[in-house]
Design a protein around this ligand. Sequence first.
Ligand code: HMG
Ligand code: MG
Length: 299
Amino acid sequence: GLPARVRIHEVGARDGLQNEKATVPTEVKAEFIHRLADAGLTTVEATSFVHPKWVPQLADAERLFPLVAELPVALPVLVPNERGLDRALALGATRVAVFASATESFAKANLNRTVDEALAMFEPVVARAKAEGAAQVRGYLSMCFGDPWEGPVPASQVVRVCKALLDMGCDELSLGDTIGVATPGQVSALLTALGEAGVPTEALAVHFHDTYGQALANTLAALQYGVTIVDASAGGLGGCPYAKSATGNLATEDLVWMLHGLGIDTGVDLGRLVATSEWMAGRLGRPSPSRTVRALSHK
Ligand code: HMG
Ligand code: MG
């Protein structure tokens, strides 16, 4: 059966904006996050405390976070290392996320580390976050299904890194289809492999990018397996329109349309969310790729 309720982990302000070429003003990001919270999203990923040269768009994390910190929602932030954790804790962040890779190629490209070096980098981050009062630590896992350099990714690689993240103390694991190549059979197979390895389904979130239009179908497969946490990006923001391997996340509106149609509660006001994505599309100067935003658009 399907769950009665799904918690949406909104990533538009982080995953959605991180590849945006033109710098989005900090005030616009803050208003975006406020509007997402007003639309009923209870987990709104705010930014990343990564090296500013690696992700220039999020270099304003220190100025942004205080503008949203008082919102009555969970505001997770990405922290790759202790330097990032120090920056996040200094601002009072209580939810942090580390981000691992199932493949060596992406670990190198994204973190300048091998898979195991990256895990070793995260270990003190997770331990210190918990010791210093973090309410929750999320572990992202990228390239869980396919990798642009390595092709299809064996489930065993994903299982190994998931277990390492759980062992070091992550409360929640987000399974990323970073380049959006997964199909529902693969999703079921991976979730089955994780279940057989003893990974609790309650700890799992799914994170689909919609490159091949499979994100909703993949989400449904995960819901049928018992997953109740789904990552999505308002308006389907994200990625670069010229890089075929990196398009936007599953659009939150498309997800909400499906979930509400299935009678699954999300707490989200779809009208307010669509209005937010239309407003953001205006700021970014191009229409949202979300089918639901287009269908419900006021213009
Ligand atoms: P590195 O070059 O190996 O860094 O990068 P390092 O550890 O050698 O340090 C070099 C310098 O950077 C030092 O300064 C550090 O202090 C500084 P120096 O001593 O030379 O003056 N530094 C920092 N400064 C500010 N904040 C920090 C920080 N860390 C070091 N946190 C590093 C390693 C991890 C830092 C780098 O690779 C990095 O920042 N990577 C982030 C990449 C990223 O953000 N990618 C996007 C997020 S992941 C994603 O989108 C996937 C996801 O959505 C799921 C999915 O779809 O699959 C989550
Ligand atoms: Mg992503």
